[in-house]
Design a protein around this ligand. Structure first.
Ligand code: NDP
Length: 477
């Protein structure tokens, strides 16, 4: 379920936020952004503006304190992608019918390194959604301290219900166009919603065939042909490592023995649950696009993996093995809310998709004594929900910091490919853990430096922005 952003996000709210920023920093940003907003027609565009608004809000003090950013028009330049490729993807389904989808690659900014960001296959994909994800990716990649720019791509193709052959044929057709725009030093895509090891394998196979090269042009590859150990686990594990570091930093109790709630049932959710369980937390929920499972004795991870990674069926089938668990279909979710967040917990982990934790959910989490919320998915919390959580001093870890583990290990995969070597699981895990701790520290310190101690949203936006902005200035226009 995605919230209707028209209700919560209006031109008026964007206009007043931008005016506030503009008044403080004295730049002619307002008119520029409002014009763009007026042209924005789809929900995807609105989500892009939602992401941009949050960043603009956070970075106002930085822009105010350093006139170089205004002189070099950094905000105006950073909020427009370097280029957007949009292309037709035609493929043959199993019944020999010709199918047509749209493919995209948004190359947003490469000031810090080659463009880097996932590919999403989902019917909701459009240019606006990918611009939001690409924009977030710039600051996320910057926060890692690793040499990567920001990008995102995908298609409105839905892999659900398709045979392996159909997925293969679609991936080959998609790569027929995409290969012209990517390369190990140019742009290195990875997975995202609907794109896992199977899809990356097919995409890589086609790239290899077309170009006759064996390049590390995609990350998230299966281990046997160039993938890094721990890439599948990286985002979820990183989410938990970040939470551990944040709880420690904020003098809160550790996760061991604590009830945790997780939304989603895909790559990020599954590996978040796995690491939480390893640490002795009790994870009682998971969800997919059809409904939520609440299992008070703890989610059976092996069964979840079997249902979602092997059989690719709906979560309701969890009840066949555990009829005493509760299944809540989306139609029965609380008004304006998500079933997962109605379950009392110590720590909450939204790991499914954007705008899945709303204002009402945030209020419920606060009322139920929740101590921390960590975003595993990209921008899963609405601005109104984030405000409630921050106002109530909940430890809140924003996606661009907390879910950076995936791209961190992708960067490790690029390093291993470049020198044709393989690192051990332990080495990757230790480096990931340390990197997530460093990101957490950087975000917390930045927030403190800018007078917003404990606000990890502002800390992440300012720290991420500053590095990219300084590189853009040094590289000229
Ligand atoms: P998957 O495709 O593996 O899983 C996505 C999960 O979210 C599935 O359970 C899916 O349900 C559910 N879902 C998808 N769309 C909706 C929707 N509109 N409403 C409700 N549920 C939905 O994706 P990932 O786990 O890889 O990605 C999840 C999130 O994490 C995304 O926001 C992604 O951008 C972000 N992310 C992923 C990274 C990665 O390494 N994979 C890295 C960083 C961020 P169903 O099973 O029914 O389809």
């Amino acid at each position: 379920m995605i919230t209707d952003l028209n209700q919560s996000f209006t031109l008026g709210s964007l206009e007043s936020k931008i005016k506030k920023v503009n008044k403080r920093v004295n730049v002619s940003l307002a008119q520029l952004q409002i014009q763009k907003f007026e042209k924005a027609s789809s929900e995807g565009d609105r989500i892009f503006f939602q992401a941009m608004e949050e960043v603009l809000d956070s970075i106002a003090p930085l822009i105010e304190s350093d006139e170089r950013y205004r002189r070099h028009a950094i905000v105006e330049r950073l909020t427009v992608p370097d280029r957007v490729f949009k292309f037709k993807v035609t493929w043959l389904d199993d019944a020999n019918n010709i199918q047509v989808n749209t493919g995209y690659r948004v190359q947003f900014n490469n000031s810090l390194g080659p463009y880097k960001g996932g590919i999403r296959f989902h019917p909701s994909v459009n240019e606006g959604i990918l611009k939001f994800l690409g924009f977030e990716q710039i600051l996320k990649n910057s926060l890692t301290g690793l040499p990567m720019g920001g990008a995102k791509g995908g298609s409105d193709f839905d892999p659900k219900g398709k045979s392996d052959f159909e997925v293969m044929k679609f991936c080959a057709a998609f790569m027929t166009e995409l290969h012209k725009h990517i390369g190990p030093r140019v742009d290195v895509p990875a997975g995202d919603i609907g794109v896992g090891a199977r899809e990356i394998g097919y995409l890589f196979g086609e790239y290899k065939k077309i170009t006759s090269t064996y390049d590390g042009v995609l990350t998230g590859k299966p281990f046997m042909f160039g993938g890094s150990l721990m890439r599948p686990e990286a985002t979820g594990y990183g989410v938990v490592y970040f939470t551990q570091a944040m709880l420690e930093q904020e003098n809160k109790e550790a996760l061991k023995g604590k009830v945790c709630t997780v939304s989603g049932a895909g790559n990020v959710a599954i590996h978040t649950i796995e690491k939480l369980q390893e640490l002795g937390a009790l994870v009682v929920t998971c969800s997919d696009s059809r409904g939520t499972i609440y299992d008070s004795r703890g989610v059976d991870l092996a069964l979840l993996k079997e249902l979602k990674l092997q059989k690719r069926v709906n979560l309701e089938e969890y009840l066949i093995t555990y009829p005493e668990a509760r299944y809540i279909p989306v139609e029965e979710y609380p008004e304006g809310g998500h079933a997962v967040w109605s379950i009392p917990c110590y720590a909450a982990f939204p790991c499914a998709t954007q705008n899945e934790l709303w204002e009402a959910d945030a209020k419920t989490l606060v009322a139920n004594g929740c101590v921390s919320v960590t975003e595993g998915a990209n921008m899963p919390s609405t601005p109104e929900a984030i405000k409630i959580l921050l106002d109530n001093k909940i430890c809140f870890a924003p996606a661009k910091a907390a879910n950076a583990g995936g791209v961190v290990v992708s960067s490790f995969e690029m390093s291993q490919n470049a020198v044709m070597t393989k690192w051990s699981f332990e080495k990757v895990d230790a480096k990931l853990k340390e990197t997530m701790r460093q990101i957490c520290k950087r975000v917390a310190l930045t927030a403190k430096d800018y007078g917003v101690e404990g606000n990890y949203v502002d800390g992440a936006n300012i720290a991420g922005f500053k590095k990219v902005a300084d590189a853009m200035i040094a590289e000229g226009i």
